[in-house]
Design a protein around this ligand. Structure first.
Ligand code: C2E
Ligand code: MG
Ligand code: MG
Ligand code: MG
Length: 293
């Protein structure tokens, strides 16, 4: 579809003609169009929260999930976050989008509680612009209070690039988030700069090893050495480790051997709609079920 294609061209830069269409000269207009579309999407319930399970290595059980937004466009169909999160970030629409994801997540948590399901911890992604919001923790607290959800059930995911500037402000914001009862995860770990000093300086609870290190872990000695060392170091600092992008049993076996705490990845489940995630919780789906099939 044209308006999405236009935006892709812009995102991928001048030299990428993969999504070229003859109407490319209208790119600026279409970007505006896309912005208008996203604005309307926020009002029309076109944004959905999918959940991808986080699984405990020791018990094999689901202990949490990452909330990942999807855009169900009435004409184009499902649009992935990489196609609209950058635009949302540029335009400031990420603020109402983040509010929407938080509200939806809280509503889903309430629904799971009403069903008597065991509590799971939900991870929410924060982008740079959200993180720099002055009243970030206050607005989150408002939603938690209004919806009567315990902040201990939430984790906030940040990337290294977001915490590296302005150490004092970062520290303040992280402390405020923690007073909500939430935990802090460092997302995409290993892809940024000066990773180690931040683990020491900031109150990080969890580290998510980026999937680029997990991908070849069973073939590449360097990647496996890095993953092993990162897990050992994090544990010495009292930090929990989640492996992202686990896609096969060989990766899983190695990560378990290295003492990794939780896994996330297509091997267990892709991100799924709330109904499907609720079903997994009801069934108590676990790693053992995968071995059976
Ligand atoms: P992320 O936070 O690093 O999320 C993990 C991404 O890895 C997700 O992509 C997930 O679907 C994908 N993934 C998980 N397991 C596997 C696997 O085994 N193999 C492969 N190839 N991929 C896997 P997704 O859902 O497309 O999200 C992309 C990014 O968009 C996220 O990266 C996050 O940075 C951002 N994002 C998503 N939802 C939100 C949101 O609600 N708010 C904000 N601010 N950002 C969001
Ligand atoms: Mg994330
Ligand atoms: Mg990640
Ligand atoms: Mg990642």
């Amino acid at each position: 579809n044209a308006d999405v294609a236009m935006y892709r061209v812009k995102e991928h830069g001048r030299n990428n003609y993969r999504f070229y269409t003859p109407e490319m000269t209208h790119m600026a207009i279409d970007r505006l169009d896309m912005e208008g579309n996203l604005r309307r999407a926020l009002e029309r319930d076109e944004l959905l929260v999918y959940y991808q399970p986080l699984v405990d290595f020791t018990t094999g059980r689901i202990v949490g999930a990452e909330a990942l937004v999807r855009w169900q466009h009435p004409r184009i169909g499902m649009i992935q976050p990489s196609e609209f999160i950058p635009l949302a970030e540029d335009t400031g629409l990420i603020i109402p989008l983040g509010q929407l994801v938080l509200r939806q997540t809280c509503a889903d948590i309430k629904a799971w509680q009403a069903l008597g399901l065991p509590p799971v911890k939900i991870s929410l992604n924060l982008s740079a612009r959200q993180f720099r919001q002055d009243d970030l923790s206050a607005t989150i607290r408002e939603v938690l209070d209004e919806m009567a959800v315990d902040g201990h059930l939430l984790a906030f995911e940040l990337t290294e690039s977001m915490v590296m500037h302005d150490v004092e402000n970062t520290l303040d914001t992280l402390r405020e988030l923690k007073t909500l009862g939430a935990t802090i995860s460092l997302d995409d770990f290993g892809t940024g700069y000066s990773s180690l000093s931040y683990l020491k300086r900031f109150p990080i609870d969890t580290l998510k090893i980026d999937r680029s290190f997990v991908r070849d872990i069973h073939h590449d000695n360097d990647d496996s050495a890095i993953a092993h060392a990162v897990i050992a170091m994090a544990h010495k600092l009292g930090i929990k480790v989640i492996a992202e992008g686990v896609e096969c049993a060989a990766q899983l076996d190695l990560l378990r051997e290295f003492g990794c705490d939780e896994l996330q990845g297509y091997f267990f489940s892709r991100p799924v709609p709330v109904e499907e995630f609720t079903l997994m919780l009801k069934q108590g789906r676990s790693l053992a079920d995968l071995a059976d099939t």
